[in-house]
Design a protein around this ligand. Structure first.
Ligand code: FA5
Ligand code: MG
Length: 428
């Protein structure tokens, strides 16, 4: 089937200055968070993207005004905006770029000239593409502004690369890989970050494929999918302990997650499954079956290069970056510094609107990448008043230097006052 590369190239006409793509370490300065308050009128942004060619044309050219607006539904923060356009996956000697290249190599070896590759589709997508077109139900948690960054009710920062499945199928692609930055309001720890990178893979089959194998279409696609991803794991890691877990995604049935044993724990690295027939029927001529997967590139790179903390991917410290070479999968990250974490607890009576993701956003907005983990350590409800108290332990640690007591106390003070004023909780 025809690739849409030519259309993409033809559509590249945007005159907006490129967002500075240099990597930045977030300053530990305070940044107000604009937590979404209420649903507003649907008003698609000027750059609300409906076709792939428009998307590519506008890649990495977003201005702050296009992403952070005073729309009441807007919940994008400055620390998120600063990540847009950095595109770690386009840096060939960065671990995220290296892992992307290694996955490309695997698919090119297995199936030469088969998979079309996209790595510059713009992260601002319609809510329709991000959710509706992949059958995410209207009441699914992932649609909530507690989980997703909304520019307006109709436009989001994609929370997964699955947002591009339908448009790429419609454009005639029957096998493709889409790599990009994705955005999620999420908890904070060594394996979760609000901006990370995924690679989506989709492969479409026809009756000739499953008939030749003497299998039912779904069984054929499932077996082919697992074979493909087990082969990929072997290509990247050699022998590694892994297991398949049954999962649920609205857009696949059956669905699975692959976990790899890493640093004493099972780490989820990807989700996948056999695509829902209705997505195929809506976007392709009838009679097909397909599989799809979404890989977490940071997670794979952590396993491959032995990188202990997801924040390291965003450092501009040469002691990190210099350790990696384009095309070299043999690097094992050597820690160049190990500073002790500093723990600070904060306890408060929660409000009805309190959520852990809101707390994490506040802490991240103030402490930037100095926050290593935010963990609930106590949760009790007063037997008489019925009020609920939470105690969170915040671990502060720099990857690059030691922190002073004054610095941490100042951050913690600001966290305390901001959660009291912005999250409506009562400090204890
Ligand atoms: C998805 O995003 C699905 N779109 C994947 C998919 C595609 C399923 C196609 C079926 C078909 P999930 O939310 O589980 O699934 O995320 C996929 C992967 O992204 C995870 O396995 C993990 O490796 C990575 N990931 C998820 N959240 C984070 C985070 N906060 N930080 C870093 N990596 C993350
Ligand atoms: Mg998952």
């Amino acid at each position: 089937m025809a690739s849409i590369r030519a259309a993409l190239a033809a559509g590249r006409c945007c005159g907006v200055a490129r967002l500075a793509a240099a990597q930045r370490v977030l300053p530990a300065a305070a940044r107000g968070t604009q937590l979404a308050a209420a649903a507003g009128v649907a008003r698609p942004s000027r750059r609300c993207l409906s076709t792939v060619s428009q998307a590519a044309a506008a890649a990495t050219t977003l201005s702050r005004e296009e992403v952070i607006t005073d729309h009441p539904f807007n919940n994008v923060t400055d620390s998120i905006f600063e990540k847009i356009g950095v595109n770690l996956h386009q840096q060939p000697a960065h671990p995220i770029g290296i892992i992307k290249g290694a996955i490309y190599d695997y698919f090119d070896q297995q199936h030469p000239s088969t998979f079309a590759k996209f790595d510059d589709l713009q992260p601002l997508v319609t809510a329709k593409a991000n959710f509706d077109e992949v059958l995410v139900p209207a009441d699914h948690v992932s649609r909530s502004p507690n989980d997703t960054y909304y520019v307006s009710p109709d436009v989001v920062l994609r929370c997964h690369t699955s947002a591009h499945q339908a448009e790429l199928l419609r454009a005639g692609n029957s096998a493709f890989l889409v790599t990009g930055d994705v955005y999620r309001r999420d908890s904070i720890d060594a394996t979760h970050y609000p901006v990370f990178h995924q690679m989506e893979g989709v492969r479409v089959f026809g009756p000739q494929d499953w008939e030749a194998a003497g299998q039912e279409p779904t069984a054929y696609a499932e077996a082919e999918l697992k074979r493909t991803l087990e082969g990929l794991a072997k290509h990247l890691f050699g022998e590694v302990e892994m297991r398949w877990i049954d999962a649920y995604f609205p857009f696949t049935e059956p669905s699975f997650e692959l976990e790899i044993f890493f640093k004493g724990q099972w780490l989820e690295v990807l989700g996948c499954g056999v695509m829902q027939q209705s997505i195929l029927d809506k976007n392709l001529e009838p009679g097909h079956k397909a599989w799809a997967f979404g890989l977490g590139l940071e997670r794979l790179a952590m396993v491959l290069f032995d990188i202990p903390d997801i924040r390291l991917f965003w450092t501009s410290d040469q002691r990190f970056l210099k350790q990696f070479k384009q095309g070299d999968l043999s690097t094992r990250f050597k820690s160049y510094s190990k500073f002790p974490p500093c723990y600070k607890d904060v306890a408060f009576w929660v409000s009805d609107s309190f959520t852990e993701n809101n707390l994490c956003e506040v802490v991240r907005g103030i402490a930037g990448d100095l926050v290593e983990e935010v963990k609930l350590i106590d949760d009790f409800t007063h037997p008489k008043t019925g009020r609920t108290s939470n105690c969170y332990r915040i671990a502060y640690r720099s990857m690059d230097r030691s922190l002073t007591d004054e610095e941490i106390n100042a951050l913690q003070e600001e966290v305390r006052s901001t959660i009291a004023s912005k999250l409506g909780v009562e400090l204890r």
